[in-house]
Design a protein around this ligand. Sequence first.
Ligand code: ADP
Length: 442
Amino acid sequence: MLAVPVAALWLKADLLPGAGLAVTLKLFVVVALLGASALLCFHALTRRWLQSAARLQHFASALPAMETDIAEEGPPEIQGLARAMKAMAERVRHVVERANVELSRRETILACMAEGVLAVDTNLKVIFCNEAFAQAFSTRTPVMEGRSLYEIVREPQLRDILQRVVKTGTQEKDRFQLPSAAGRWFEARALPIGDQPKRGAVIVLHDVTDIERQEQVRKDFVADVSHELRTPLAAIRGYAETLLDGALEDRDNNRRFVEIILSHAIRLNNIASDLLVISELDSNAPPPIPPDRVPVLEVIESALHTVESGAALRGIQLVSADCVPCAVIGYRFRLEQALVNLLDNAVKFNRPGGTVTVECGPGGNSHVRVAVSDTGIGIPSEDIKRIFERFYRVDKARSRPAGGTGLGLPIVKEVVERMGGSVSVESQLGKGSKFTILLKEA
Ligand code: ADP
């Protein structure tokens, strides 16, 4: 600004006629000087702008890092921009922080879930796989992103359901057994990720092996009960019809037929009583009275008394040897029922003139041991692991006529386990068996 009056003063002296050349020269010098200074100013200004722009660029590209900051300097426009960018950076950091917290929260939830969770993209490549899913398929964790689904699960059911979900974008539900997960049963629920475009699918596997097993046990149980009831019912009906059809007057057979009906009716009664006990134990409902101190010797004597007549009929001797007074905590009537079942079997599966021995005393580790042994037919080793199953009999032809229901040992097991104890068996074919109960000492 100052240069213009200075130049005017400098030129004024030469504004005379005939000094045209000097004025032109001076004018040229003035214009050149003005141009050079304008260039210098422009350069300085541009540098400042460029430096400020570079600082803004550095700050923007470092987002959302907390360490970088930006000074509010330079031209006012740049200062305003810097302030706006600082505010924006604050908001971006806040959003990123919240997203990170949300992400780690979700990852923790997914990692803790008992259900297996797997997410795949549209090419069935793994996006995410939680610990439970990897464990179910014995896959090493962490499962890397991008791995093919087939490397983890080979079953077509799982692949098909995921493929369908990716294709149709609708959720699907199914229940299947997966051999590569040790044959366990799963309830699978698959959902698409994103609406349009589809980004893949996520599947949640809920292990329902136990539920499936229980359902199967229940179905088998109903089938077994029906089967067990059918034989005596058919026999009762058959003999009753025979009697009505004229056998009532048949003096040689009528009594025998009625006796057969009676024996089948007794069998039905036995089955009904055992089923009642089983359903009572299954219901998990505690007996109306609280558990009490049970003197084991008294229970043994009472149980022996119950089977006395049956043993006498078969000529079997009942011996209570090495019995030390002891007590357990539980229900007297249930323990007595378990012992009667064991003694009844020991008599039923004994040889004529054989012996049944009962022992009781300390079983170590604050336990009471009660053992029932016999000198009977014994149990084949391949059947031992199954005799506590409901309705399992080694020899049906032998058990049924003897009044057996196939529920005696399952009741023993349930009763003993509900009292916090255990039951085991040792047996030698043709020599005899020994059932041992261990119960917590009172
Ligand atoms: P059951 O009503 O047939 O006796 P249990 O559940 O009490 O049913 O016993 C199941 C099966 O186990 C019996 O049918 C029998 O084959 C076998 N068993 C049980 N106790 C003995 C025993 N002391 N000696 C030989 N076999 C036995």
